[in-house]
Design a protein around this ligand. Structure first.
Ligand SMILES: [Zn+2]
Length: 206
């Protein structure tokens, strides 16, 4: 952050997409520095259930997410959307960033990947339905806000590493992260179709 000219003490809120170790690491340290941590209530339960799962990953219960809750920071507002599935309290966001002053709308998907008890029909069929419904929810919000950028909680899923490599060569061309509203919608369609395919498998077993 220092190298990019930011001051870590300017952080006001830390929004946790979900309480898995690779996403909540460091939150306890930031909380101890006085920064506010926002987690969905159901993932706060997860944190409290497994406080010693990983070192430094158990912040104390602080801000709780609600569907449609907004945080305004400077010239932008972030809207929080509940998208349960990957965990019971997975969060996604829509917000506006500025590309050389031009507003660009972003959809951030907080739970790319199936990581719930999905191997048996009794649990899995319902879990995949929750996942599908959440993808529809964030896809609708992405459409409403005209999101032309998709960010995933894992950079392998949104090709972020390659997009970052393309930035120095963009000249006056489009920003590599700006893939267009149609492509953003296709991302969420692929998520729904993959979940539906896994769900059909379980329906056949049942
Ligand atoms: Zn996860």
């Amino acid at each position: 952050m220092q190298r990019l000219g930011f001051d870590a003490s300017d952080i006001k809120y830390v929004l946790i997409s979900h309480a898995h170790g690779d996403h909540i690491g460091g939150a306890e340290m930031l909380q101890n520095r006085g920064q506010r941590i926002l987690v969905d209530p159901r993932d706060w339960d997860l944190v409290e259930q497994f406080p010693n799962r990983y070192l430094t990953m158990a912040p104390k219960r602080d801000l709780e997410a609600e569907d449609g809750k907004q945080l305004t920071l400077g010239d932008t507002t972030i809207t929080i959307w509940r998208t349960p599935g990957h965990t019971a309290g997975t969060l996604s966001y829509t917000f506006t960033v500025f590309d050389n002053g031009r507003p660009v709308n972003v959809a951030y998907s907080g739970g790319t990947g199936f990581l719930f008890p999905s191997t048996t029909p009794d649990l899995g069929i319902k879990d995949f339905q929750t996942y599908i419904d959440s993808q529809k929810h964030i896809a609708a919000k992405a459409a409403e806000t005209n999101a032309t950028v998709i960010l995933s909680n894992h950079s392998v899923h949104d090709n972020a590493v390659n997009k970052i490599r393309m930035i120095p060569g963009r000249a006056n061309g489009p920003h590599p992260f700006e893939v267009g509203a149609d492509m953003v919608q296709r991302y969420f369609q692929v998520m729904q179709h993959c979940a539906r395919a896994a769900q059909i498998k379980l329906e056949r077993i049942a």
